[in-house]
Design a protein around this ligand. Structure first.
Ligand code: FAD
Length: 623
């Protein structure tokens, strides 16, 4: 009987979660002692800034060594990978050659403990190049000072406790896909969850009113890696369409859309139970019956805010195939000036497509499209229309009315026969990754009303059109992740704007950011922001998707969290009164500011209390 009880407790977690920190382990190494939330002091009594290399109370070498010993030797010094390309102690031409060849694929960035895909928020301080120019150099920038390569819960607990007790900036890197610097931080201690890849199929899982198939998943599994598990067990779990995105880190925490969003909801709608290390260093379960505040916040309330997720139990749906058909039209060749009359037909087609978007989402589908301006004021539009669980014939018939309407107005439409959606069902090579970008963009979750109301529809279409005419790439995703399709357990912190949206609209600014002066950087942003103002004007009550957003989104608390913000802030303050977890534009992040020497909105500077920064203006880093 006792054995049976023990066995059932043991199998509630992965083996790596059974290795936990105990009071006895702490011993006299008080720097890794657990925290007590009832024993904290007000924010204004805290030191002005988190410690950083060179600051007065930065841990001594001996303390880092002791930390490393307590971790079993998994502490990594945070050397920027491209340091091998620059004069200095790490210079190594062979390694630099290897790096420049491999840095064109996101796989390199994901497998590296330090770097991230989008480099400008880090400060872009050490770029991989075989031939650095005379004024190029490599500095630490927003790369972490140390990284814990976490393979056990114990190591994560130690890392959280050490950061909290030593007043360090703590960051969490899973894959490093975040676009605005949430997995970077100057002078930080980083916890790298990349290798938490365990998977367990649960044929019969029961919690609350849920009874059925589920999967226990490690927080480091990438989206593409899940497809092998799905195929093996004949199930479908939701993952990102960007295949190397972590499926259970930032994606799940911030919302998480996919090709199945209109059928099963968002990534944040999938967990039935979550394992998490909280800011006091404790390891807890959050589910519909216990730690319900955390369970609410961890599903949609953003990553890097309430704890470090180590694993989750997620719903396993019946095996679901997604078929896509690709459709395109344009104003014609970009080599010759476009006839203005033909350009108008293009925009008529643009309107027809957006009318049809409602049909797509009402049939459980999604669509992913890009519209852009090219030479000679030519315009193109390409979309993948995706429906789950349908035959090729059904999908062809489904899109035919749209194709007919586009042809009637005189557009030359190309359409590809249905095939498995390219953003669903990754093969084994999908993990190689794509080319990482280093640009900036902004998001809007456009409500259905914008496409139902004729006047609002016209205004919306004009705003979208003007942004493409201004030279931005417009990337739209049709989706309808209502609470109804999300199902049990519900009651989560997903941005309410997702629930009424039928389109996640993203505007990509292709301006090259590398090498821009702070003033030029701000100017390009001002231009993007003024274009986005038009989108905001036609959807004043709507929001934006925090995972694919503009760092400088105005009124970001409302935009990313909507009416959930106040509740989330209360949870944040009660669960993390120390503010251990910080990342830009996450709940409670308004309490702190990153001080940068060039006043750029990057993570390349000390993290300080917002109410103390006046005295720090004009500061220079200790070199
Ligand atoms: C190429 C590309 C494709 C994309 N495709 C999609 C898509 O199809 N659908 C979609 O919705 N989004 C997509 N995104 C956006 C993506 O959802 C976000 O970038 C997401 O935050 C990435 O999460 P991550 O854990 O992989 O990355 P990271 O950058 O490592 O983490 C992102 C944030 O989550 C935090 N975090 C990570 N792991 C944990 C954890 N275990 N516990 C607590 N906090 C954690 C980090 O600290 C950071 O704040 C894409 C992004 C890129 C670059």
């Amino acid at each position: 009987m006792l054995f049976a009880l023990f066995a059932s407790v043991k199998c509630a977690n992965f083996a790596f979660e059974e290795e936990r920190l105990t009071e006895a382990d702490v011993g006299d190494f008080k720097a890794i002692a657990f925290g007590d939330a009832s024993d904290t002091y007000p924010l204004e009594d805290e030191p002005d800034c988190r410690e950083y290399p060179g600051s007065d109370n930065w841990p001594l070498e001996e303390e880092w060594s002791q930390l490393n010993r307590s971790l079993g030797g998994t502490l990594i010094q945070g050397v920027p990978p491209a340091a091998v390309c620059y004069d200095g102690p790490y210079k190594d031409t062979a390694k630099c050659t290897f790096l420049t060849r491999n840095a064109s694929s996101s796989r390199f960035y994901i497998n590296d403990p330090v770097t991230v895909l989008t480099e400008w928020p880090e400060g872009d301080t050490c770029h991989a190049t075989l031939q650095p120019q005379a004024d190029d150099n490599c500095t630490q920038g927003g790369f972490p000072a140390y990284v814990i390569n976490a393979t056990t819960v114990r190591q994560i607990q130690i890392g959280v406790n050490f950061a909290r007790n030593k007043n360090l900036r703590l960051i969490i890197k899973n894959t490093g896909h975040d676009f605005i610097g949430r997995s970077s931080g100057f002078g930080s201690l980083s916890i790298w969850t990349h290798y938490l890849k365990d998977f367990q199929y649960l044929p019969q899982y029961q919690i609350g009113v849920y009874s059925g198939r589920a999967a226990r998943v490690g927080a480091g599994i990438e989206s593409w890696e899940m497809f092998a598990h799905m195929n093996e067990h004949n199930i479908t779990t939701l993952v990102a369409g960007g295949y190397t995105v972590g499926a259970f880190g930032g994606w799940m925490a911030g919302g998480g859309h996919s090709a199945l969003a209109s059928k099963y909801g968002l990534g944040a709608d999938q967990p039935l139970s979550i394992q998490v290390v909280t800011a006091d260093g404790r390891f807890v379960t959050a589910d519909p019956n216990q730690n319900t505040d955390l369970f609410y916040a961890l599903r949609g309330g953003g990553g890097s805010s309430y704890g470090i997720v180590t694993s989750a139990v997620v719903k396993a749906h019946p095996y679901t195939n997604v078929l896509a058909t690709s459709l395109a039209f344009s104003t014609g060749s970009s080599n010759v000036p476009v006839d203005p009359a033909h350009a108008e037909k293009f925009w008529e087609g643009f309107d027809l497509y957006h009318e049809f978007g409602k049909e797509i989402v009402d049939n459980g589908g999604t669509a992913c499209y890009v519209s852009r301006r090219s030479g000679n004021n030519s315009y193109s539009f390409t979309t993948d229309i995706e429906l789950p669980d349908v035959s090729a014939e059904y999908l062809s018939n489904f899109v035919q009315p749209l194709v007919d309407d586009l042809k009637v107005i005189g557009l030359n439409v190309t359409i590809q026969p249905p095939e498995t959606a390219s953003n669903w069902m990754a093969g084994p090579r999908a993990g190689l990754g794509d080319t990482p970008g280093n640009s900036r963009f902004a998001s809007r979750l456009l409500p259905r009303a914008n496409f139902d109301d004729p006047e609002l529809f016209k205004a919306t279409q004009r705003a979208l059109r003007e942004s493409v005419e201004a030279g931005y790439n417009f990337h739209g995703i049709h989706l309808k992740p209502t609470e109804e399709v999300a199902g049990y357990p519900g009651n989560n912190a997903v941005n309410p704007a997702f629930r009424t949206a039928i389109m996640h609209a993203d505007l990509f600014d292709n301006a090259a950011l590398r090498g821009l002066s702070p003033m030029a950087f701000k100017e390009t942003h001002a231009r993007l922001a003024s274009t986005m103002d038009k989108w905001r004007a036609v959807s004043p009550e709507a929001g934006a998707y925090m995972n694919e957003c503009d760092l400088e989104e105005p009124n970001w608390q409302q935009a990313f969290f909507g009416s959930n913000y106040d509740r989330l802030l209360r949870i944040k303050r009660s669960r993390d009164p120390w503010g251990v977890f910080y990342a830009p534009r996450t709940v409670g992040s308004e309490d702190r500011v990153v001080l940068t020497e060039d006043d750029m909105p990057t993570q390349n500077g000390p993290l300080c209390r917002a109410d103390s920064v006046q005295g720090w203006r004009g500061y220079k880093k200790t070199k």
